[in-house]
Design a protein around this ligand. Structure first.
Ligand code: CO8
Length: 256
C-alpha cells in the first residue's frame, strides 16, 4: 500500500506513521485522514505489529482539519456525508502512541487524544482554536479533552482558543511524558517497543479496561476489569508469564 500524505514504516514490532503534509503543517485533509485510518487498520490487523506510533514534523504534529478544504461546505452536504467522522481512527484495538512536537491544534489535538498515550516534545503546543474560525471542536475537543484535563481547563481552551505548552499539558494530565524535542521519536519508539514486547492478549485487555473507565460507573468498570482479568487465565501467555517468574527465567510470550 502506498500513501501520499503519510510515511509508513516498521521498526521491529512497532508500526510508525508519520503525517507528511509539511506544506500545510499536516492539516488533516480528507485524503490524510482516510490514509491514516487505512494505515492504522493495516497495522492493527498485522500479527507482526504490537503497537503503533503516530508522529508529525518538528513544527507540527497537525495544525487541525484542513480549513481551506472545508471552508465552502454547506450544512446539508456536511451533515449527510457525516463530514469528518474520524471515529474509526479511535477504534483500533492495539495501543497507539502519539509523539507530538510543535502544533497539535484543533483536529490535531483531537487525533492525539484518540491515541492511548501522548508523549510530547518540549516544543509541543496543544489547543482547540476552532472558536476563532466561527466553529467548535467536532472530534472530541469538548468531550475527550474535558475527560482528560477536567472542565476548568477544557472550557478555558475551547472558549479562548489559546494554546497550552507541553509543561502545562503534562500538569493537566493530557500527556504522559515531556521529553527534549531531539529525543521525541526515540522515546516514543522505545515506549511502543516495550508495549509491543508484552503479551498481546493482556495488552488488548488492559487497553479495553482503561478505556472503559471513560464510559461507565465505577462498579460496572470494576466488574468489567475483574472479568477481563479472569479471562487472562485462558491464555497461554498467563501460564508462560507466571511459570517464567516462578522459574526465575525470562518469559517467552506467544501472543495467545
Ligand atoms: N488548514 C489548512 N492549511 C493550514 C492549516 C489548516 N488547519 N494550518 C496551517 N495551514 C497552512 C497555512 O495556510 C500555510 O499555507 P501557505 O504557506 O500556503 O499560506 C502553511 O500551512 C503554513 O502555515 P502558517 O504560515 O500559518 O504558519 P505559522 O507558523 O505562521 O502559523 C499556526 C502556524 C499558528 C499553526 C497557523 O498556521 C494556524 O493558526 N493554523 C490554523 C490552526 C487552526 O485553526 N486549527 C483548527 C482547524 S479547525 C479543526 O481542526 C476542526 C476539527 C473538527 C473535526 C471535526 C470532526 C467531526
Amino acid at each position: 500500500m502506498s500513501y501520499e500524505t503519510l510515511i509508513v514504516e516498521t521498526h521491529g514490532r512497532v508500526g510508525l506513521i508519520t503525517l507528511n503534509r509539511p506544506q500545510a503543517l499536516n492539516a488533516l485533509c480528507d485524503q490524510l485522514t482516510s490514509e491514516l485510518d487505512q494505515a492504522l487498520a493495516a497495522f492493527d490487523a498485522d500479527p507482526a505489529i504490537g503497537c503503533m506510533v503516530i508522529t508529525g514534523s518538528a513544527k507540527a504534529f497537525a495544525a487541525g482539519a484542513d480549513i481551506k478544504e472545508m471552508q465552502h461546505r454547506q450544512f446539508p452536504q456536511t451533515y449527510l456525508d457525516e463530514f469528518l467522522n474520524w471515529g474509526a481512527i479511535a477504534r483500533k484495538r492495539k495501543p497507539v502512541v502519539a509523539a507530538v512536537a510543535g502544533y497539535a491544534l484543533g483536529g490535531g489535538c483531537e487525533i492525539a487524544m484518540m491515541c492511548d498515550i501522548i508523549i510530547a516534545a518540549d516544543t509541543a503546543k496543544f489547543g482547540q482554536p476552532e472558536i476563532k474560525l466561527g466553529v467548535i471542536p467536532g472530534a472530541g475537543g469538548t468531550q475527550r479533552l474535558t475527560r482528560l484535563v477536567g472542565r476548568a481547563k477544557a472550557m478555558d481552551l475551547c472558549l479562548t482558543g489559546r494554546m497550552m505548552d507541553a509543561a502545562e499539558a503534562e500538569r493537566a494530565g493530557l500527556v504522559s511524558r515531556v521529553v527534549p524535542a531531539a529525543e521525541l521519536l526515540t522515546v516514543a519508539l522505545d515506549v511502543a517497543a516495550t508495549i509491543a514486547a508484552m503479551p498481546l492478549p493482556a495488552v488488548l485487555a488492559a487497553k479495553e479496561c482503561v478505556k472503559r473507565a471513560d464510559e461507565v460507573a465505577l462498579e460496572e468498570g470494576l466488574l468489567f476489569e475483574r472479568r477481563a482479568f479472569h479471562s487472562m487465565f485462558a491464555t497461554f501467555d498467563q501460564k508462560e508469564g507466571m511459570a517464567a517468574f516462578a522459574d526465575k527465567r525470562a518469559p517467552k510470550f506467544e501472543n495467545r
